[in-house]
Design a protein around this ligand. Structure first.
Ligand SMILES: Cc1cc2nc3c(=O)[nH]c(=O)nc-3n(C[C@H](O)[C@H](O)[C@H](O)COP(=O)(O)OP(=O)(O)OC[C@H]3O[C@@H](n4cnc5c(N)ncnc54)[C@H](O)[C@@H]3O)c2cc1C
Length: 239
């Protein structure tokens, strides 16, 4: 199954996506990611696979006892397209290695702005969070205003470029949090689980949660089925 994951792109939000561009161990090596973890752990006593049942048991033992370094032997490399609001939160996780598109080099396109489906209300008991949604008529009105705002920002951006302003300065006219960005990001399975735990949680912002959920459902669970099962049991459900 891992063979089919490399090159797979999953759409997220209105114009975003996430694509797995590489995986270590590479599927062509015929060693599954779960087995790479088990084999790394067994180097402690210079052994390798002892059959699926004992291997899976060992992997569960490792995660249950937070013996995390073997999980760093598996790496995922993604290409991500997401609004800057997502990028900003993602980039706080220092254990990702990243390389991002440069707005100094590549001009932005008019369609490069995030348009939410739903305007969420401010949560009453959590200053950082949102809950529920505005009524349909208000929702549509806000979306119209947002589109006008984007169009005006983009008009000023284009005008500045035409006047000879550099791309690095013209972008000051763009609505900052909404612009779509593309980056390449690599992380090992141990730190990916940490990221997923924090960013799939209900208190994470929707615009990053959907990316974390896409990684979990569409890539992590498929590349590392045993690890994902143990992660769900011992980390997400605290078993
Ligand atoms: C719901 C939510 C709300 C948030 N709100 C805010 C906010 O309002 N303001 C804000 O600034 N941030 C906020 N953050 C970001 C948060 O503070 C962390 O920066 C972010 O979640 C990354 O977590 P991390 O440090 O564990 O991950 P990573 O940076 O990936 O690090 C993983 C682990 O590696 C270790 N590590 C990595 N680098 C170092 C280092 N230099 N020194 C020591 N140990 C290191 C630590 O053990 C760390 O836990 C929020 C995060 C979440 C999930």
């Amino acid at each position: 199954m891992a063979e089919q994951l490399i090159g797979k792109r999953v759409e997220v939000l209105d114009k975003g996506w996430i694509e797995l561009i590489d995986l270590m161990p590479h599927p062509a090596s015929k060693i599954s990611g779960d087995l790479a973890i088990v084999n790394a752990a067994r180097v402690s006593f210079l052994g390798e696979s002892k059959g699926p049942d004992r291997d899976k048991k060992l992997l569960f033992y490792l995660l249950r006892h937070r013996h995390t370094s073997p999980f760093e032997m598996v790496e995922f490399k993604f290409r991500v397209r997401a609004p800057l609001v997502t990028w900003w939160q993602w980039a706080r996780h220092r254990t990702w290695n990243m390389n991002a598109q440069s707005g100094r080099y590549t001009p932005f396109q008019e369609s490069d702005f995030y348009v939410p489906d739903v305007w969420r209300r401010q949560s009453k008991d959590n200053k950082q969070a949102s809950e529920g949604a505005l009524a349909a008529a208000e929702n549509d009105e806000l979306t119209r205003e947002l589109l006008d705002h984007y169009a005006e920002g983009f008009r000023l951006y284009s005008q500045a470029l035409e006047q000879g302003v550099s791309k690095e300065m013209a972008r000051l006219f763009l609505p900052g949090f909404s612009v779509y960005y593309t980056w390449v990001a690599k992380i090992d399975a141990h730190n990916l689980m940490r990221f997923l735990r924090l960013r799939m949680a209900s208190d994470a912002q929707f615009e990053i949660r959907v990316y974390a959920e896409a990684i979990n459902q569409r890539f992590f669970k498929r590349a590392l089925p045993w690890t994902a099962e143990a992660f769900e049991r011992y980390v997400l459900n605290g078993g």
